[in-house]
Design a protein around this ligand. Sequence first.
Ligand code: PEP
Ligand code: MG
Length: 757
Amino acid sequence: MPEASIASAREILTGLHEVMASRIGPQAKLNKVVKIVAEAMVSEVCSIYLLRDGVLELYATVGLNQSAVHVTKLANGEGLVGTIAKNVEVLNLAEAASHPEFAYRPETGEETFHSFAGVPIIRQERAVGVLAVQHAEPRAYDDLEIEALQTVAMVLSELIANAGLIDRRAKAGEADREAGMARIKGLKLVVGMARGTAVYHQPRILIEHTVAEDIEAERHRVYSAFRKMREQIDTMTTQAEFGTAGEHYEVLETYKMFAYDEGWSRRINESIDQGLTAEAAIERVRQRMKRRMAEIDDPLLAERMHDLDDLSNRLLRIVSGQLGTAAQAGLPHDAILIARNLGPAELLEYDRRKLKGVILQEGSLTAHVIIVARAMGVPVIGRVADARQAISEGDTVLIDGDEAVAFVRPTPAIEEAFNAKLEAGQKRRAAFAALRDVPPVTSDGTRITVMVNAGLRDDAAALGAVGADGIGLFRTEFQFLVSATLPRRESQQRLYRSVLDAADGKPVVFRTVDVGGDKQLPYLHGLEEGEENPALGWRALRLALDRSTLMRAQSRALLEAAAGRELHVMFPMISEPWEFDEAKRLVEEQRAWLAARGKKLPTAIRYGAMMEVPALAEALDILLPKIDFLSIGTNDLTQFLFAADRSNPKLAERYDWLSPAILRFLRRIVRACDEAEVAVGVCGEMGGRTLECMALIGIGLRRFSITPVAVGPIKAMIRSLNLAAATELMERMLERPPDNMRATLAEWAAKQNVSLS
Ligand code: PEP
Ligand code: MG
């Protein structure tokens, strides 16, 4: 930027600074601002319109008739000024009257002016007013002039906020209605319906001060913030699974590119030189880049813009010291959380009673955060890339998780339809609830075992509520994820005992800690060293065997909690049979220790293994004689079979569980277990889906552990299914697989009246 323009922008800001600091009233301040701008830009007209009760009112002007002040009003979207506010965009016109939206207002006397430039006055991404200049002669304004106007608009947003001139309706989110409803479609991750208020996981920073007192100090603040941000990004890139935020590799690469972009920091410094604070300068540059990119119609660039937006926000948070997530900031009672991605621990930080739904820019079906959300009963829609563009904080959002659709700022008609669907859903749930005490028996008389997956203390209550046969998978690591430090043996024991108490005699299968991969524990030393392939890395039993103190403590807690009762314990991610032996040895060692001290022991211990690593399927003849039961974890098993990361949003929809490869693989395992007379079940997400579960029954599975909300629909499916027919069907399907297994199975189910809701 040439020296001269920096000086003039600085001059304007110096003038504004004096106005802001003066003790005159808001109207007098606005009158002075228009004068300063008109003089600096040598324009015949400068005007400020502010949004009042949803209408843009001329608040101050030089050049237009003074009698029009507080008289001229334009609806949001009406005329040039209304268009600027509605679209939150800049207009730069050599001939204003030839613009299709031009609306002539005779009281202003503006007919003598040809050229027009207007910029929105923005507060939290919404226009709360418009600043415009006009010249008599037809001329286009250059970039520097537009940018000077935007800088003034930024300061004006502070001025009008301080003066209490922000429109009440804009504050209450009512102006949203004028912004119109948006319908967004994503990927179905957790079903269910929710209504609430949008909250950003990483809240937007509200800029309080725009004009710098001390330019050197502001420069220094930005310098330190950049350094800190670069450090953060470097750490994230080297961390396994990219730290708690779970950001995706490509995103981080882009982050890195922007973070080290000298042009970006230079432009921010130039804005500071003009007299803006660090926060205002970052925001100014963000708006400018946004405008530039909006002019280029390229979807790839638009995606980069989201990244830059995220990064600008990160820089703002660092510079302003507002570092917490919305979980710490206090939620409204009906929050719909908007995030790029979340780690399971981050989600668990939120108050379950207030969190109604989640919309992610990324996300995939079997990522642990989704499993946690499912356990919490929170509907989630994923892969809404432009979520932060389409949804503003404070917007009303309706989530229809069943259709993976969200309505932002819904119209009354949509609200009505949504409520009707909600009611129908409640009726359906009530019908499923009626199945609570009805056993899941196929129409030809085979009893199927339906248990639930759990992991949180309150989950055990779901057992009775849905009428399941027990807890088939208790993910003990959830307690580790919600804790800031390693949970002590006593607190582990207390949790296990309360779960056994709540299960009231029904079996509970405790899975020993399964951390690592996308379940990171910041306090567990060793995990923080980055791994290139965390899913294939030092995780689950591999880690637990190496850290045997952790495993010993957990074993003791389990044995003590189950004293006088039967204990079911299961080990995750077994790749070779010796790992099972070793894990069992550790538990037995603790049993002996307790026995030697005359402590009360469990009446029996049943040992199980998880089948998640394909290699284990080739060693079943060695493993099966050692174990009491096998539980197939289809989430991990399928990611390894397809070599497709379960957390990678790009692969979320690529492979289908209903594929010959998966089903044939599972059938082999089931046959081996049947032959060895070892109980076998499925505890991955696959078993909780009606069509998938139907296919699994058809290949011989009789035990399932599923998410509690799926128990009703799965029971209904089982009760409407003829086992003999399903078995015959799957034989046929796997003999000569159809092109589209899913469609063929769904068609068959429809003909047979199998309930798939
Ligand atoms: C699985 O992998 O299928 C499983 C049930 O375990 P988790 O989802 O906890 O990895
Ligand atoms: Mg697993």
